[in-house]
Design a protein around this ligand. Structure first.
Ligand code: 5GP
Ligand code: MG
Length: 175
């Protein structure tokens, strides 16, 4: 791995923690009195989802899905495949799909279409990072941590190759 590339920190662990608390409060208020099913998309959202659910104070069930997109590296090629589906019945439930980042939007679009067929009462999306410049669909996340320009993000669950998901802040490698 290119360990000697220079890191540029975009959001510190402290920035992230404040933002996640804020999102948790908004989501808790929006779902007050309801039962929430959080669907976390693996692997990228595992850190964000685990922080976020601990800031949500309504009754919450947590499910995971794994998607894969054909193409080079981690970039979505347009073909999004569901590798692992949720096992639970979400009929009549209020579902919140959580991902690390919305880029082209193709992953979220595919997941929302898929889960809607299971007849939930409602379905919304939440991402830590949004790169609207890169969008290839009309989708907009319902809850967003930070809106960012078109840069490749690493850390806080987001990978560079097989590494850096465990880094507690969000950064980019300066060229
Ligand atoms: P989309 O389907 O919206 O194009 O892409 C979503 C997925 O692509 C994310 O869940 C993430 O796995 C990956 N991705 C998109 N942008 C980035 C990025 O800047 N850094 C990393 N590490 N992964 C990204
Ligand atoms: Mg992903």
């Amino acid at each position: 791995m290119e360990m000697n590339k220079k890191q540029r920190v975009l959001f510190s662990a402290d920035d992230i923690s404040k933002k996640v608390k804020e999102l948790g409060q908004i989501i808790s208020a929006d779902y007050e009195g309801k039962e929430l099913v959080v669907v976390s998309l693996l692997r990228g959202s595992f850190i964000f989802a685990s922080d976020l659910v601990r800031e949500i104070n309504v009754l919450t069930q947590i499910e995971f899905m794994t998607t894969a997109s054909y193409g080079h590296g981690e970039e979505t090629s347009g073909q999004v495949n569901i590798v692992t589906d949720i096992k639970d019945d979400i009929t009549g439930k209020d579902v919140l799909v959580v991902d690390d980042i919305m880029d082209t939007g193709l992953t979220m679009e595919k997941i929302l279409e898929h889960l809607k067929q299971k007849n939930p009462n409602s379905i919304k999306s939440c991402v830590m990072l949004d790169k609207p410049e890169r969008r290839k669909t009309h989708i907009t996340p319902d809850y967003v941590g930070f809106t960012i320009p078109d840069v490749f993000i690493v850390g806080y669950g987001l990978n560079y190759g097989d590494y850096y998901r465990n880094i507690p802040y969000i950064f980019t490698f300066d060229e």
